[in-house]
Design a protein around this ligand. Structure first.
Ligand code: ATP
Length: 246
């Protein structure tokens, strides 16, 4: 039997103006797991992320992280528990260097202004070096974030989330608009991150999902339609019918 899940959604439903965007959804993620979520437009992927992060409150059902009931907490409290979310559009500080963007993101350090103007501590220097390596941005550290490519901005923002040291990282369509090379590098990046953190990634790009080489959950009409290795779910006639066959 599995250990207790890191994240658990059980029989979760939410309606908007009578429309059930999430319909009796149950899903669980084990500690250390990375999971890819796929599904057609409107399947409820974003709404599911909104429920996990406290942006949307479910009408019914259970949402637990490390056994704690998330439905009673607001967004900042959920973030403090260790759930970080990367939205689709990168929001980095364009006028600051890559290094300073990362510096500002570090959890539990001094105020932003003293961080930028004071001498960095050894711990800060060490942590930033590690983040620069993880995000493949070491060679661009002193450049303005605004000069990065779209893909590199996405990596920087992922690095800024890692600066908060989340236990679970939620990533929404990270490779949209990326080149093929950036897409494959992003799969490597997430696999690296998954060595120490759990990850849920929503993505439509099947080459990317294949490269992740993790279990896939297919959402359809607000519930789980299929779950398992990509080869298995992509051979499932119901999945082909609602999603892949189109
Ligand atoms: N705040 C809201 N008010 C009304 N309807 C909403 C709201 N949020 C989502 N919906 C509806 O709920 C359904 C699920 O939407 P959601 O954005 O979660 O799907 P998705 O799987 O993320 O789709 P996509 O792949 O297009 O991003 C859609 O039909 C959407 O129109």
């Amino acid at each position: 039997m599995n250990a207790s899940p890191l994240l658990e959604l059980r029989n979760v439903s939410v309606s908007f103006d009578g429309f059930r965007a999430i319909n009796d959804l149950s899903l669980s993620l084990q500690p250390g797991e990375m999971r890819a979520i796929i599904g057609p437009n409107g399947a409820g992927k974003t709404t599911m992320m909104d429920i996990i992060t406290g942006k949307t409150r479910p009408d019914t059902g259970i949402v637990r992280f490390e056994g704690r009931d998330l439905t009673r907490l607001d967004e900042p409290a959920i973030a403090r528990l260790g759930i970080g979310r990367k939205f689709q559009k990168p929001t980095v500080f364009e006028a600051l260097s890559v290094r300073d963007n990362l510096l500002l993101s570090l959890k539990g350090l001094r105020s932003p202004f003293s961080l930028l103007f004071a001498k960095k501590t050894e711990v800060e220097t060490f942590r930033i070096r590690a983040l620069l390596e993880t995000t493949r941005l070491a060679a661009r550290a002193e450049e303005q974030a605004g000069s990065l490519s779209h893909g590199q901005k996405q990596w920087l923002e992922i690095g800024m989330l890692l600066g908060q040291e989340p236990q679970l990282l939620l990533v929404d369509e990270p490779v949209a608009g990326m080149t093929d090379a950036e897409t494959m590098a992003t799969a490597d990046l997430l696999r690296d991150i998954n060595r120490t953190r759990s990850v849920v990634v929503v993505e439509h790009d099947m080459e990317f999902v294949r490269a992740l080489n993790v279990s896939v959950t297919v959402l359809h009409e607000g519930s789980v339609l299929a779950e398992g290795p990509l080869d298995e779910v992509s051979a499932d006639p119901r999945v082909i019918d609602v999603y892949l066959g189109r």
